[in-house]
Design a protein around this ligand. Structure first.
Ligand code: G6P
Length: 438
């Protein structure tokens, strides 16, 4: 790639874009991006112009020859792209707020990537991703698709199962967030910590932790089960402490999202409390976004403002830019990403997506086989994988019974009858963004 790298970001008007721009600026020497195309839809045009303006100022301030293009024409942008990153939200934050509020009425967790909310986010998103892939097949057949759009695991599963596109990687900031959190707790540089990650997106475990190459799992478990230490979370997930004896028995580090499964009742109560006071997470984020976009409009702002750190996506740009950098430079370093299992986890189908440590090469991620997950974690992971597969099928076919099946087998939904009630209300609430069901 002597011409310089062409990056296309779909959902470019997102408030997260300055993260990405900062990442490209920091790595320019090893990752010479020549063109950054920020793409959005007409409803996002105002945000695209504001965030695009900031992106241009950041690059000018850095004195780099990266050309930023803002467009509503996805096909124009995709032509000859090298990397396409996706970070869009079908139905915007209004749809997320519905995903979070409706299940609560039925006594069920309302979360954007877990339970009924995760199902509906998948139903809205998967057809759009498959559409983008059809454009990529035609316009940039050699590009890598780096998908950030949630639910990232289910989306990767759908791409692997319902398209022939194989240059796809699902990416999430949870593993890097866990690593940074652990390093901070231990008071060491992150490079000194290594974690054996395996599982699924938002359902990933740290199976072992190493400090300076020495096994540190037991010591770390002792630390987080001691009284005053946090067991790690992110901005969008309340930091409820684990039962010490449970974590000692599990012998693995759960991710922040595991609280929805191992602390379902307490998390439900927290969500209810929030919904009745400050609002659901989407409603909180709507306010935050307003503030952020006001800042972004300030012509004197030429850096990513620190307020962006109030969002859950911390280290998002590091994850994305490190991945792109490692593919471009064939670094063969280890990064946790969503990719085809190919036998890396024995109890998950070979052709399914898993989130696991991979060696990142110019030909993409090569998953590092772990044998199998510990027996205590295996069942839940398999159940979520079944849910993701059935949900992806429902998203592609628009079949009501398949959607009901997905809803019912989700471990956060207590019965088939409640599943049906939630499904019916959510299908109606989201019908504008679910043409396949109409
Ligand atoms: C975490 C998750 C992301 C998610 C984000 C939500 O970082 O890993 O998948 O998108 O939180 O953050 P928000 O600020 O939108 O609630």
């Amino acid at each position: 790639m002597t011409k310089g790298i062409k990056i296309v970001t779909i959902g470019g008007g997102s408030s997260y874009t300055p993260e990405l721009v900062e990442g490209f600026i920091k790595r320019y020497e090893s990752l010479p991006v020549s063109e950054l195309w920020l793409v959005d839809i007409p409803e996002g045009e105002e945000k695209l112009n504001i965030v695009g303006g900031l992106a241009k100022r950041m690059i000018k301030e850095a004195g780099l020859p990266i050309k930023v293009h803002l467009t509503l024409n996805r096909r124009e942008a995709l032509k000859d792209a090298d990397f396409v990153t996706t970070q869009f939200r079908v139905g915007l934050l209004e749809a997320r707020a519905k995903d979070e509020r409706i299940p609560l009425k039925y006594g069920v967790i309302g979360q954007e990537t877990n339970g009924p909310g995760g199902l509906f986010k998948g139903l809205r998103t998967i057809p759009v991703i498959l559409d983008i892939i059809r454009d990529m097949e035609e316009l940039c057949p050699n590009a890598w698709l780096i998908n950030f759009t949630n639910p990232a695991g289910m989306v990767t599963e759908a791409v692997l199962r319902y398209s022939n596109w194989r240059k796809v990687i699902g990416l999430c900031n949870v593993p890097v967030g866990m690593k940074m959190g652990i390093a901070a707790q231990l008071g060491v540089e992150p490079e000194r910590v290594h974690i054996d990650f395996a599982g699924l997106n938002h359902m990933i475990y740290g199976l072992d932790i190493y400090l300076d190459g020495e096994l540190y799992t037991d010591k770390y478990i002792n630390l987080i089960t001691s009284e005053d230490e946090s067991s790690g979370t992110m901005q969008n997930i309340v930091d409820l402490k684990w039962e010490p004896e449970f974590i000692k028995a599990l012998k693995a580090i759960p991710c922040p999202y595991h609280r929805y499964y191992y602390k379902t009742d307490e998390m439900f109560d927290e969500e209810m409390k929030a919904a009745e006071t400050v609002g659901t997470r989407a409603e909180v984020v709507q306010k935050l976004e307003k503030e952020l976009f006001e800042l972004y409009q300030d012509e004197s702002l030429t850096i990513k403002p620190p307020q962006l750190e109030k969002r859950g996506g911390a280290y998002y740009s590091d994850a994305a830019c490190n991945l792109i950098d490692s593919i471009y430079n064939d670094r063969k370093d280890i990064q946790p990403v969503n990719t085809m299992n190919n036998g890396a986890i024995a109890s998950i189908p070979n052709d399914s997506a898993v989130e696991i440590n991979c060696v990142i090469t110019k030909d993409g991620p090569k998953p590092i086989a772990i044998g199998d997950l510990p027996v205590a974690t295996r069942g839940l992971v398999q159940q979520i994988k079944s849910f993701e597969r059935v949900a992806a099928e429902a998203a592609v076919t628009g079949d009501y019974q398949t959607a009901l099946l997905a809803m019912t087998i989700n471990p956060l939904v207590p019965s088939d009858t409640i599943a049906k009630e939630i499904l019916d209300e959510m299908l109606e609430a989201h019908k504008e963004h679910l043409p396949q069901f109409n």
